[in-house]
Design a binder for this molecule. Sequence first.
Ligand code: FAD
Ligand code: DHB
Length: 406
Amino acid sequence: MALASWAAMGGIDETEVAIVGAGPAGLVLAHLLAARDIDCVVLEQRDRAYVEHRVRAGVLEHPTVELLRELGLAERLEREGLAHRGIQLAVDGIRHRIDFVELTGRSITLYGQQEVVKDLIAARLAGGGQIVFEALDVAPTAIDTDRPVVQYRHDGVARTLRCRIVAGCDGSYGVCGPLVADRTVTEHTYPFAWLGVLAEAAPTQDELVYASHDRGFALYSMRSPTVTRLYLQVAPDEQLAAWSDDRIWDELATRLPVGDGFRLNTGPIIDRGITAMHSSVATPMRHGNLLVAGDAAHIVPATGAKGMNLAIADATVLAAVIDDALRGGRPEHLADYTPTCLRRVWRTQHFSHRMTTMLHRFDDDAFRRQLQRTELEIVTSSVAAATDLAEHYVGLPFATLAERAT
Ligand code: FAD
Ligand code: DHB
């Protein structure tokens, strides 16, 4: 066909796996498939700068770091990530340490999600991988057949990507989740949100502080030796405009345990946003040859720092079942995907819900407040309870093939 008429019709490309979304789930999946010599194309609706600068999560579980290391993607993370051996829980202004290394032998790493995304994109492109940024109107079709097609527009041209599998890694507002025709969504909304800020202020210690306070929850975190990340529990319909810089710093100083020797450095606020607190699980995570991963299938409230880690855990299962289907000649193993993921998903929902309800202020209920205080007392005084929290916080091992729920 003449080039002109080809362009007029739009291009037709072919790959084995079409991945929708260049977030942590989609990019890790692309690397895992490349490591298995499975061809894939990532279609991302935003431009590269946007996805590389979107401020979100920051805590990497131990298994996430190990995976990135195994994939040869942890060079900058090893250099710039901040290894933390534990966290602190502040109750009534008094700090209690949970020492992960002592309790589990493992630690966590602070490294911004956008830094992970930058590293994954750079390595994928350097390895000859294909990521189409600004892929608009992405529409997977024929997902019930063994030859799915993804249509989209790029640079004003309609394009068609033929594939064997579509991986829906397009987050909570993506197009792939709703294509799982028979999915059921189980969800819970919390009566508060988080105001998160990034500040040019040197962290004063190398452990996070989760503070339960009568005025509401606060979290002290960090991104680098010069940048602090802070969160405040606010009303679910809170307006950013209501929070001047002074009000933010005053409220943080009130809720964080400054009376117990904790120091808070202030500085210019360089990013701010409000995040809803929500739990949801959509199941099944597969429809025919469309398999959905990460936020496209489930949301956890941020308190346990699990969203990104869970998205990456899904990608490890997805890569394994795709490998079985495309290379091992066992397409029936795609049926293992949902049950295998769901075990970790619900463990993570449980942990995130527990951290959220243990630490936030609920206005309505004196009975609940007493139970919260008791739970905090248990977790800060019992080694068994602290170990349970620590094991979940540092991250359960990724499911091995042998552990599949078949
Ligand atoms: P995403 O990171 O959302 O990636 C999906 C990608 O798909 C995006 O790049 C998006 O642009 C793209 N996309 C969407 N629709 C389409 C389409 N139609 N076509 C093509 N591409 C598409 N977790 C924590 O643990 N701690 C936190 O502090 C925290 N803060 C958060 C703040 C915000 C504002 C949000 C939204 C989430 C936050 N999370 C946090 C959750 C965590 O960041 C997510 O769980 C994680 O990003 C999930 O990764 P993912 O790859 O599944 O989805
Ligand atoms: C961060 C976010 C979390 O949700 C959390 O529990 C701990 C730290 C962070 O952004 O640094």
